[in-house]
Design a protein around this ligand. Structure first.
Ligand code: RFL
Ligand code: PHB
Length: 398
């Protein structure tokens, strides 16, 4: 078998790349370890930057997003028993973010690829990439019927997430890895209850960080900082709600956190990770396969979208004999990746409680938070980074 671009992974990066290539008349095959149902139900991101929304719209993918996505013009920062609004629209000349779940982005992308007759193989096993330094790299996998397949490609895109096989296929010594593990994880729940807030609440609390997000006018998404080695079995629903109630409490305000049935729960480690360069021969890494950010900055999905927006035209040029844009791919992406890595690290360390930290850390965090809500310059810095940068640009806002 032959295709122009072999794509490993049907997450947002792989699926969007396949769509963007098809718009350019380039054929691709996507291979995915998991089932379609699993990919469409995996609870992850919820916040889409302004520029990512515009990109999805320009690619003809935003019909449902435009109907169901919830535009948000700010966030709340809560600390020391006070809740403050950061107004993105006002601070950035009208920029916003949109709450639309990654599950819905993935459903939309899969539906579009299938409607367009795109080749998508779910439930594959034993994926391998080979001959990456040649002009005809090879992608091998065993399909859902147990048949071993070999695809000869012009290029391979490694969109297989942090635990995939593409990044490790680059010979040791040719990549530089920068990473940081944080001494906490996030316990996330999806709850069948209308959100108790009109904008996301990022809460700094002595017990640890908490985040109130949402998925729709009837479904809430909430997160709690927990110890890195916590097991979900230790967190029955009533313990989770009690911790959330404490961390979001606003005495005297009349505000209440509404509780409802828990539909899904899980624990996610917090990590920063950047592997460079994002290209080896004819293998190009995109999204979580190359970099991970802690979720506090809401950047991971947006970085995956930004990477493939750069990669699609670069592969188009490469397939037409011009290596220039492909040679520039890694450096262009890494400039945005590092901006988002810094922002996510900054938000994370400002809002979480480091286990065993002393009063010095707490006072430094509170001082930074007070500065953010009292200085227009500081608030603009947060707003500009949170609403993000247009895909395809390096890191400059339009
Ligand atoms: P994905 O989504 O991990 O997809 C990779 C796919 O590759 C498959 N795969 C393989 N397929 C074939 N052969 C193999 N050997 C394979 N190995 C793996 C996997 O099954 C999978 O389907 O990576 P991608 O496409 O790069 O997308 C990245 C995003 O998923 C991720 O960055 C975001 O979810 C991060 N993130 C957030 N990002 C945001 O922009 N805004 C947010 O609000 C936000 N919140 C979050 C988040 C991530 C979270 N978790 C659970 C990590 C909140 C959470 C809790
Ligand atoms: C989410 O809704 O899942 C979400 C929102 C904001 C974040 C992280 C996750 O910073």
């Amino acid at each position: 078998m032959r295709t122009q671009v072999g794509i490993v992974g049907a997450g947002p990066a792989g699926l969007l790349l396949s769509h963007l290539l098809a718009l350019r008349g380039i054929e691709s095959v996507v291979v995915e370890l998991r089932s379609r149902a699993y990919c469409e139900a995996r609870q992850r991101a919820g916040v889409i930057e302004d520029g990512s929304v515009r990109l999805l719209r320009a690619a003809g993918l935003a019909e449902r997003l435009d109907r169901q996505g919830l535009e948000h013009g700010g966030i709340y920062l809560q600390f020391a028993g006070e809740r403050h609004h950061i107004d993105f629209r006002e601070l950035t000349g009208g920029r916003t973010v949109t709450v639309y779940a990654q599950t819905e982005v993935v459903k939309d992308l899969i539906a579009h690829r299938i409607a367009a007759g795109g080749a998508l193989h779910f439930d594959v096993t034993d994926t391998e990439v080979d001959l990456l330094e040649s002009d005809q790299p090879v992608l091998r996998f065993t399909d859902a019927d147990g048949v071993r397949q070999e695809l000869r490609c012009d290029a391979i895109a490694g969109c297989d997430g942090f635990h995939g096989i593409c990044r490790p296929a680059i010979p040791p010594g040719l990549t530089t890895v920068r990473e940081r593990d944080y001494p906490y994880s996030w316990l996330g729940i999806l709850a069948d209850v209308p959100p108790s807030t009109d904008e996301l609440i990022y809460a700094h609390h002595r017990d640890g960080f908490a985040l109130h997000s949402l998925r729709s006018p009837t479904v809430s998404r909430l997160y709690l900082q927990v110890d890195p080695d916590e097991s979900i079995e230790n967190w029955p629903d009533d313990r989770i709600w009690a911790a959330l109630q404490r961390r979001f409490e606003l005495p005297g305000s009349g505000w209440e956190l509404k509780q409802g049935p828990v539909l899904d729960k899980g624990i996610t480690p917090m990590r920063s990770f950047v592997s460079a360069p994002m290209r080896y021969g004819r293998l190009f890494l995109a999204g979580d396969a190359a970099h991970i950010v802690p979720a506090t900055g809401a950047k991971g999905l947006n970085l995956a979208i930004a990477d493939v927006t750069v990669l699609a035209p670069a592969l188009d040029a490469l397939l037409h004999g011009d290596d220039g844009p492909a040679a520039a791919y890694s450096a262009i992406c890494l400039s945005r990746v590092w901006r988002s890595t810094h922002f996510s690290w900054w938000m994370t360390t400002m809002l979480h409680r480091t286990p065993g930290a002393d009063e010095m850390e707490a006072q430094l965090q509170l001082s930074q938070l007070r500065y953010l809500v009292s200085s227009r310059a500081a608030a603009t810095c947060l707003a500009e980074n949170y609403t993000g940068y247009p895909p395809g640009s390096a890191t400059r806002p339009s």
